[in-house]
Design a binder for this molecule. Sequence first.
Ligand SMILES: [Zn+2]
Length: 348
Amino acid sequence: MRAVTVKPGVANSLSLVEDQPEPEPEEGAVLVEALAVGICGTDHEIIAGEYGEAPAGADRLIIGHESLGRVLEDPTGTLQPGDLVAGIVRHPDPVPCPNCAVGEWDMCRNGQYTEHGIKALPGFARDRWRIEPQFAVRLDPALGRVGMLLEPTSVVAKAWDHIERIGHRAEWQPQTVLVTGAGPIGLLAALLATQRGLAVHVLDRATSGPKPELVAALGASYHTVPVTKLPFEPDVVVECTGAPTVVIDVMCQAAPTGIVCLAGVSSGGRSIDFDAGALNRALVLENNVVFGSVNANRRHWNMAAQALSRADQSWLESLLTRRLPVERYAEAYTAEKGDIKVVLEFGD
Ligand SMILES: [Zn+2]
């Protein structure tokens, strides 16, 4: 069968293997036929040789962590043949740490977790894959064209879950949300905000392309001004750019008792000048919270599956700006201007 692979640590080693062996039964009881994988920044980092780890004893890593497939067989009876599923990316560390021990592998304390298509577990960009039923998430059959959005949606479902848990430390009636960055994560964070009935503002640099329309279609406002020029103070910020200036500015712009969720990863190595004392003063005197959020556990994947099935399917489909068959993998994994989410499709 076919599999999209890299040699971790070696830049531009991306290749389509045509004679990949069938998945080993040890990989899980559920056999799944791949329909598609979504492509994200992590894949680009892995292809650039900056990230990624092959399974023990292997020199190549099958990539792909934003999965969508159809169940071929599940001898455990948990899933039925024909069910649409996505595979949970992260698996708990073997120790396990206190968080992994209770299924909160998204909060792993020791970093020894594994991840399909990223860290020591084979990914989903292959014709068939296997997974244990507790790591397979069943999707609404209506999500057959967009279900590969479940993984990025699980990441924002976790962010919102933690925002709400933090919010309920005291009386909390948020009204205004600012999302910075209108990539797939930002747009999905905005979708989940609108599903909560909040007034949603999205800020991005793009003045053309699909982003302004995608935001407007959610009933949200689109801004291209610097954060400090926004005419409001958000109760909640979901920061998805990782851009240092934006990160600092949203901390200062948040309303009293505001919550800032940092969901974008900075590359580091760039310094900016800012007044740390003034920031400290603003956070303390306004009871503000700034926290980081990454990955998702089973509960968040289930929340994400519900959020996607409640969403406008045509809006979700419009996030998928390019869909390419697996033979055109090289094109699919080359970023183009105007891309929001690129999808690699399996099947005939
Ligand atoms: Zn752990």
